[in-house]
Every structure is written in C-alpha cells, then in structure tokens.
Design a protein around this ligand. Structure first.
Ligand code: NAP
Length: 253
C-alpha cells in the first residue's frame, strides 16, 4: 500500500543508515523529493550514491548536535528543495553504560544528538513548515516510555523527545502537526551494538531482544517507515501530539 507524496519536500535527519534510510527510501518510493542528512559530508554522499535516485535527493550533511549544524542542515534542505513539507527528526545515538561510568562527554553526545538536535532542527525549519502547513515526525523510542538497564541517558532523551512532541504539537497547531513514533527493536547498526553489548554476539542478543515482543522477532526498518509516512500524510490530518508505539506489543503488558 502506498501513500502519494508526489511534489512533497521532506528532510530526514540521520537518513544515511538504519531507520532513517528506510524512511528516506519509502518517501522516495512514494514520489517525494528528499533531503538526506548524515553526520558528515562523506556519509551523506555515500548514502545518496547507494540510494541511486539523484534527481530527487538532496544532500544536507552536518551534525545535529550543534545549533550551527542544525542551521546548515535546514539551509541545505531549503536550498535544494525550495521549501519543506515534512521534517523527520530521526538522527540519534546511544551509549550503553552503567550510570557510574557515564562521564560528561558521553552525556553531552547523547543528549545533544537525540534531544538538542531535534529541538533546534525543528526551530530552524519551523518557518518553512508553517508556510507549507507541514508536519514533523520525531523518532522517539519505547525506551522513552519504559526503562532499561544501562540505558539511562538514552531513556532520558527519548522521554524528553516525547514531551517535546506534545509541547510543540500544542504550540504549532493548527498549522503544523507534530507526532512521535516509538520503535521497539529494529534491525540497525544501533540495535546490533546493543545486542553485542548484552551478550557478546548479535545473534544471541537478537534472540533475547526479539523474544520481548509478540512477533518474536526484530523488525525491519520499513516497518517503522510505514507509520512515519502515515503520520506525515493527509490521512493523519487530525493527528497531532500523538505518540505511536510501533513495537509488536513489546510494552503492551
Ligand atoms: P543507526 O543505525 O545507528 O543510524 C543512526 C543514524 O543517525 C545515521 O544515519 C547517522 O549518520 C545519524 N546520526 C548519528 N549522529 C548524528 C548526528 N550528530 N548528526 C546527524 N546525524 C547523526 O540508528 P537507528 O537504529 O537507525 O536509529 C534511528 C533512530 O531511531 C534513532 O533516533 C534511534 O534512537 C531510534 N530508535 C531505534 C531503535 C532500534 O531498535 N534500532 C529503537 C527505537 C528508537 P552517519 O551515517 O553519518 O553516522
């Protein structure tokens, strides 16, 4: 099933790999033009080359962890696309660690990428989204709703992103809709790192992580991209401030 985004202009942060890459490719399949952001010019250029649709992709490289980076990303997207209809704040990182071993640099990296990045990318893109009557989708996590051992920094940022989604939905209504998606366990580099941290191997970790949901498996990135496209589409015209859990019933009980 496909939603039509022909003529729509989309910016996806963290669009080079994993969930963000799945979101980029799904928007392209649906006819959109997409500004792809990765943390560096190199990772962004490589992803765009691999995606292979240069006529509808624009490079918007830079780190979301600084305000200057957010401004540069939005500037590149607006220059390349001529406006903006959808912003997906997806860029994120994780550092698994017991609380005693977390230092200020680790905290700043995770909080600045996951929370400050979404806030200031939104701030810098807001005027363009207000002009188009667009929408924002924030990539939160089930770990913004429940806790997990050695994930306290990450959980803090994702809970913050959920709060930000609700506050921005009220502040920007009715012109701009703001929603969040909370994935469960999705097959990406980030999850592979967590699986290895837990058990020493991706395979063993995935068996444990997959068993946490009703489907007894880790999900594919496209299974998150679908809900993102729905939330960004006119089908969701009365949906704002909502938190969409996409976790195969991982936290349903
Ligand atoms: P991933 O495979 O590690 O990919 C991370 C993406 O974010 C890459 O495109 C990376 O770009 C980009 N990125 C990282 N730091 C950045 C920065 N400072 N500025 C700009 N881009 C940056 O992660 P993922 O699993 O796809 O996660 C994507 C989002 O989903 C994250 O917000 C994550 O918290 C969330 N999530 C993931 C899961 C899961 O199970 N995988 C579950 C719940 C929520 P480069 O290629 O340049 O490094």
């Amino acid at each position: 099933m496909q939603i039509d985004f022909t003529g729509k202009r989309v910016l996806v942060t963290g669009g080079t790999r994993g969930i963000g890459r799945g979101v980029v490719e799904h928007f392209l399949d649906a006819g959109a033009r997409v500004a792809v952001n990765g943390s560096s010019a190199q990772s962004t250029a490589q992803a765009i080359a691999e995606i292979g649709r240069p006529e509808r992709t624009v490079a918007a490289p830079g780190s979301v962890s600084s305000v200057a980076g957010c401004q540069a990303i939005v500037d590149a997207a607006l220059a390349g696309l001529g406006g903006l209809d959808v912003l997906v704040n997806n860029a994120g990182c994780d550092t698994e660690s017991p609380v005693e071993q977390i230092d200020e640099a680790m905290w700043d990296r995770v909080v600045d990428t996951n929370l400050k990045g979404a806030f200031f990318t939104t701030q810098r893109a807001l005027a363009a989204l207000q002009e188009s009557g667009g929408s924002i989708v924030n990539m939160a996590s089930v770990l913004g709703l429940v806790g997990a051992v050695d994930e306290s920094m990450y959980c803090t940022t994702k809970a913050g992103l959920i709060a930000l989604t609700r506050a921005h939905a009220l502040e920007f209504a009715p012109r701009v809709r703001v929603n969040a998606v909370c994935p469960g366990v999705i097959d990406t580099d980030m999850l592979r790192t967590w699986a290895e941290y837990m058990t020493g191997s991706v395979k063993a970790g995935y068996e444990i992580l997959g068993a946490t949901n009703g489907f007894k498996r880790v999900a594919h990135v496209r299974e998150i991209a679908g809900p993102v496209l729905y939330l960004a589409s006119d089908m969701a015209s009365f949906v704002t401030g909502s938190i969409h859990v996409v976790d195969g019933a991982m936290i349903a009980d």
